[in-house]
Design a protein around this ligand. Structure first.
Ligand SMILES: Nc1ncnc2c1ncn2[C@@H]1O[C@H](COP(=O)(O)OP(=O)(O)O)[C@@H](O)[C@H]1O
Ligand SMILES: [Mg+2]
Length: 411
């Protein structure tokens, strides 16, 4: 399970089915992949879509529904089954639990009870398998000012992660007006974020994948809308639904947010498990890091996931020294990426990711190490962080080259 439950429901009764869908829409960790109005068609749907959880409403025909539950137990033994009924009849509850239902919920379904039941199912599933299956990691890449290298990092990180065939990686271009992820990957997408948001309620996994552009590196791309008008189609709820669906379907969702820090950008930061804030070691960038961290720290849960990445380190044109920069922002950098203009501009102009075009460059190697430190990467974060120091000595000319004196007073 990937942190989001993919769900299928069957209920021939319209009222209770609609009520259940309404309740499910309040849960952002649930993706309703399919709904069915006939018991006899459900087995085929479940076999094709293999959801994490199925919900069978019993009341239209309890005997038929319980036979279906039994059948499901044999057909998809790893899928958890939840049953619902308007009667809390103990004999019915017992029969349901005997034929492999994991939970019994009484209608009208209370959202907290449903949430607790799904959480219990999630824990039991992860526990039973002995190891937790790889959940999705959503990373939002933000920039402390324009041109700091946020998109360059997002695209290349995604391509590096996609090299491992166990990973399914999607890039989302949330820079709705000026985004250029498609150019980085030299791709001409058929569908954009606006199309997917418009159809979010109807999309299932196969349709979603068809709407995404697959790059030769294996990474999928959900590009920005084609026109400025289309950018207005997207609202925060729509974006959350799209991100939920992507999280249910991919192991890594990498979101390139805009520099406007709009409501949509903030919604993406909230949905993300990790936030990389990219800056260069210059005064405007560092000042914005301080400003942004102060502001983002106020948002629930954000300070724990916010990681500052120093980009273009080692640039010769009067940057602030590394230690001084850390003192100035009052935090340690999580990662540092070397300056390599030639390699980066070639990558961008040719639309070929660093890992393909310049796999041995120090810059590429740092992005590889960053990817390896993430869930789904092959090395542990701690190991990579320790080894960074030695690797850095090779291209880092001086620990604190530029004396900027009273930098702190600019903040
Ligand atoms: N580590 C780096 N070394 C050299 N140039 C870089 C590096 N990272 C990014 N660049 C260059 O900086 C410019 C802006 O990068 P981009 O990723 O578009 O920034 P942003 O998305 O933050 O606006 C591009 O020309 C890119 O080639
Ligand atoms: Mg950008």
């Amino acid at each position: 399970m990937s942190g989001v439950f993919r769900l299928a429901i069957v209920d021939p009764q319209d009222n209770s089915r609609e009520a259940l869908k309404e309740t499910l829409s309040d849960l952002d960790f649930v993706w309703l992949e399919s709904e069915c109005t006939r018991y006899e068609l459900f087995a085929e749907i479940v076999t094709q879509t293999r959801p994490d959880v199925i919900i069978v409403a019993l009341d239209a025909d309890p005997d038929r529904a319980l036979r279906l539950v039994e059948e499901m137990g044999d057909l998809v033994p790893t899928t958890s089954i939840l049953v619902t009924s308007g009667t809390a009849d103990s004999a019915l509850i017992l029969r349901a639990l005997r034929v492999s239902a994991k939970e019994f919920l009484t209608c009208p379904i209370d959202v907290t009870e449903l949430k607790n039941a799904l959480n219990r199912i999630g824990h039991a599933t992860n526990g039973a398998s002995g190891e937790k299956s790889q959940r999705c990691v959503a990373v939002a890449v933000a920039g402390a000012s324009g041109g700091v290298g946020a998109t360059s990092l997002a695209v290349n990180l995604g391509c590096v992660l996609a090299r491992d065939e166990r990973n399914h990686v999607v890039l989302v271009d949330l820079d709705l007006v000026l985004g250029d992820m498609d150019i980085f990957l030299d791709s001409m997408p058929d569908y954009t974020l606006a199309d997917v948001a418009l159809n979010a309620a109807r999309l299932d996994l196969p349709l979603l994948k068809q709407s995404l552009t697959r790059h030769g590196s294996g990474v999928y791309l959900l590009p920005r809308p084609l026109t400025i008008e289309d950018a207005n189609i997207l609202n925060e709820d729509g974006l959350r639904r799209v991100l939920s669906l992507l999280k249910a379907s991919f192991t890594h969702v990498i979101i390139d947010i805009s520099k406007g820090y709009t409501a949509l950008d903030l919604a993406a930061l909230e949905s993300a498990d990790e936030v990389f804030l990219v800056t260069q070691l210059d005064l405007p960038g560092l000042r914005n890091v301080v400003k942004l961290t102060r502001c983002l720290d106020q948002m629930d849960g954000l300070s724990d996931k916010l990681k500052i990445v120093a980009n273009r380190v080692g640039r010769s044109d009067g940057q602030i020294g590394f230690k001084k920069a850390e003192e100035t922002i009052g935090k340690q950098f999580f990662w540092k990426l070397p300056n390599d203009y030639r390699v980066m501009i070639e990558m961008r102009n040719n639309g070929v990711p660093l890992i393909e075009r310049s796999p041995r460059a120090a810059l590429t190697q740092e992005i590889v190490a960053l990817a390896e430190s993430m869930p789904g990467g092959s090395a542990s974060a701690r190991g990579v962080r320790t080894s960074l120091t030695s690797r850095w000595l090779s291209f880092w000319p001086s620990a604190d080259r530029t004396d900027v004196g009273s930098t702190a007073e600019h903040f």
